[in-house]
Design a protein around this ligand. Structure first.
Ligand code: 5AD
Ligand code: SF4
Length: 505
C-alpha cells in the first residue's frame, strides 16, 4: 500500500527540508558503520536538460545525506529513474528499466527504487506502476523535488512507500536544496518552469504545469555561485525560456523580460559562453535580438524550434508563429550576429499533414539552411488535442517523409560543417570521446561538436595527471579551453587538431 501525500505543499513542510537532510545524514552515518561502506546511489535521466538539472538536485540531496555515486543500478542501494513523456519512445523505455530494477529488488529487498519526472504526473502510468511494478518505493512528480529530503526520510528511514505528485507549487527558492552538478563545463540554471502554450501535440503543459518564473534575484545569485565555482559557461533553461518574466509582470519590481535577464547575465565578464534553451519564436522580439547582437559572450547560436514549415500545420499545432515570421526572425538574427548558427526541431506526420504541407517544410529548410536539426516523427500523446484528431497519417507515408527530411537536413548539416573547415577556433572541452580514449570532445561557441586529436608535441607537454592507463583523463580536460584547427567535416561533428591547450582566452 502506498501512502499518498497531499497534493499541495505547504510552506512549513518546505522550511523543514534542511532538517530532514541532517536526519538522513545521521541515519546514513549509522548505516555506513554497520555495513562497513557508504551507501550508494545511481540516477538514470531521460529527456530534456531540465530533467538533467532536476537530477542534479536529487544527486545533491543524496550526496549531502552521505550517499556516494555508483556506476549502475546493479551497484546502487538507491536507484532513481527520472522520466520523460514527450514522445512515445521516451516513456516506453521506462518499462524496460523497471524490468531490470524488479530483478534487482527481488535479489535484495533492501534496495530502494525511486521514480520521478514528467511521466509521474500522468495517472495512467501511476496505475500501471501500482499494478505491475509495486516494488517501487517512492514516486514523486516534477513539482515535488523540493520536498525530496522529507520523501527520502520517510522512504529510507521509516520504510514507507510513498506517492507524492503535487499540483503546481514552486517552493524551490525557499528550500535551496544542495546540487551535485554533473558537468564541470556547463552550469545549468533553470530559470522558469512549465509552459502556457498548449501546442496541440505537446504533453509538457500537462506534465510540467503553467509557466512560473524564478525570481531575477535568485537566478543572478545562482549565476554568481557558478562563477565563483569556476564555471565559464552557463545555460539558462526553460521549456519556453524566453517567456521568462511574463508571469511576474505587475507583481514584482525589477526586470520581467528575458532580454533584460540575458543582458544582466552577459554583463558578467567571467562568463565566456551564455546559452539558453529553448526559446519559442512566439516570444522573440527585437529587444532580445539586439541584446544577442550586443554581447559577444551570448552564444552565436540559437536553437529555435520550427516544427513545420506549413502555415496550415502550424495553425493546427497552435504554434503562434507562421513561416513568414520565422523567416523574419532568422533574417534579423543573422543581421545582428552574422556568424550565428541556427538549429531547430522539426516534426513530420502531424495529423492532416499533406504532401504540400510537407513540401512547405522542405522549402523552408532550404531557405534557412539550418546548421543542424532534431527531427521527430509525430507521436500521439494521450491527453493532448492532436491525439484525438481523426486525420492521423499512415506509417508508410510518415516514414517516407521522415527519410526525405533527414536526407535534406543531413546535407545542410554537412555543408554547414564544411564551411568552417580550415578555421582555428576556441573550444570548451567536455571530456573524452565515447569511442576513443585518445580523442577529446568539446564545442565551439556556436555549439558545433568537435572531436579533437592532440599532436605529439602538445601531448608531451601535458602534465602527468592528463593521461592515465586507458588514454586521456577526461576529468582533467573537462571545462578547460583549447584552440583547435578544424580539419574534417562530418554530418554531426567535425574533426580537428589541437593547436594550443589551456589557453587563457
Ligand atoms: N511527437 C513528436 N515530437 C514531439 N515533440 C514534442 N511533442 C512531440 C510529439 N507529440 C518534439 C518537438 C519539440 C521537441 C522537444 O520534441 O519538436 O520541440
Ligand atoms: Fe510544448 Fe509548445 Fe510549450 Fe514547447 S511551446 S513545451 S512544444 S507546448
Amino acid at each position: 500500500m502506498y501512502k499518498i501525500l497531499d497534493k499541495k505543499l505547504d510552506k512549513l513542510e518546505t522550511d523543514s527540508q534542511q532538517a530532514y537532510i541532517q536526519s538522513l545524514k545521521s541515519y546514513v552515518e549509522q548505516l555506513s558503520i554497520e555495513w562497513g561502506r557508504r551507501p550508494t546511489y545511481f540516477i538514470q535521466t531521460f529527456g530534456c536538460q531540465q530533467n538533467e538539472n532536476d537530477s542534479e538536485i536529487i544527486a545533491g540531496v543524496l550526496e549531502a545525506s552521505g550517499f556516494v555515486l555508483a556506476e549502475s543500478y546493479e551497484e546502487a542501494d538507491v536507484s532513481a529513474v527520472n522520466t520523460c513523456s514527450i514522445r512515445e519512445n521516451a516513456d516506453t523505455r521506462l518499462f524496460g528499466h523497471l524490468g531490470i530494477l524488479k530483478t534487482l529488488k527481488n535479489e535484495n529487498k533492501n534496495r530502494i527504487t525511486i521514480l520521478c519526472g514528467c511521466m509521474m504526473t500522468q495517472d495512467q502510468h501511476i496505475e500501471k506502476i501500482k499494478k505491475s511494478f509495486s516494488f517501487v518505493d517512492l514516486i514523486f512528480g516534477p513539482h515535488d523535488i523540493y520536498r525530496l529530503p522529507l520523501l527520502l526520510w520517510d522512504t529510507i528511514c521509516n520504510n514507507q512507500r510513498i506517492i507524492a505528485v503535487s499540483e503546481e507549487n514552486h517552493w524551490h527558492e525557499q528550500t535551496k536544496l544542495p546540487m551535485a552538478r554533473s558537468r564541470k563545463f556547463r552550469g545549468l540554471v533553470s530559470i522558469m518552469y512549465g509552459c502556457d502554450n498548449f501546442c496541440t501535440f505537446c504533453i509538457v503543459p500537462y506534465t510540467r504545469g503553467r509557466e512560473s518564473s524564478r525570481s531575477y534575484k535568485s537566478i543572478l545569485k545562482e549565476i554568481q555561485e557558478l562563477i565563483s565555482e569556476g564555471y565559464t559557461e552557463v545555460m539558462l533553461l526553460g521549456q519556453n525560456v524566453n517567456a521568462w518574466g511574463k508571469d511576474l509582470r505587475g507583481k514584482v519590481e525589477g526586470p520581467t523580460n528575458f532580454a533584460e535577464l540575458l543582458e544582466a547575465v552577459a554583463q558578467n565578464k567571467e562568463l565566456k559562453r551564455i546559452r539558453y534553451m529553448s526559446p519559442n519564436p512566439r516570444d522573440i522580439d527585437q529587444q532580445l535580438i539586439d541584446i544577442i547582437g550586443k554581447y559577444n559572450n551570448i552564444e552565436p547560436h540559437m536553437h529555435l524550434p520550427l516544427q513545420s514549415g506549413s502555415n496550415n500545420i502550424l495553425k493546427a499545432m497552435r504554434r503562434r508563429h507562421d513561416r513568414e515570421r520565422y523567416l523574419e526572425i532568422v533574417e534579423a538574427l543573422r543581421e545582428a550576429r552574422p556568424e550565428i548558427t541556427i538549429t531547430t526541431d522539426i516534426m513530420v506526420g502531424f495529423p492532416g499533414e499533406t504532401e504540400e504541407d510537407f513540401e512547405d517544410t522542405l522549402d523552408l529548410m532550404k531557405q534557412v539552411k539550418f546548421d543542424s536539426a532534431f527531427t521527430f516523427i509525430y507521436s500521439p500523446r494521450e491527453g493532448t488535442p492532436a491525439a484525438e484528431y481523426d486525420n492521423q497519417i499512415d506509417q508508410d507515408t510518415i516514414t517516407a517523409r521522415f527519410n526525405r527530411l533527414v536526407e535534406l537536413q543531413n546535407a545542410h548539416s554537412l555543408a554547414s560543417n564544411q564551411s568552417v573547415i580550415g578555421k582555428e577556433v576556441e573550444i570548451l572541452l567536455e571530456g573524452i570521446s565515447h569511442g576513443d580514449d585518445n580523442i577529446l570532445t568539446g564545442r565551439t561557441a556556436d555549439f558545433r561538436l568537435i572531436n579533437i586529436s592532440i599532436p605529439a608535441e602538445i601531448r608531451k607537454r601535458l602534465p602527468e595527471i592528463a593521461i592515465n592507463q586507458e588514454g586521456l583523463n577526461g576529468d582533467y580536460f573537462e571545462g578547460k579551453y583549447c584552440l583547435v584547427k578544424l580539419t574534417k567535416a562530418k554530418t554531426f561533428s567535425i574533426e580537428g587538431e589541437m593547436t594550443a591547450f589551456d589557453v587563457n582566452l
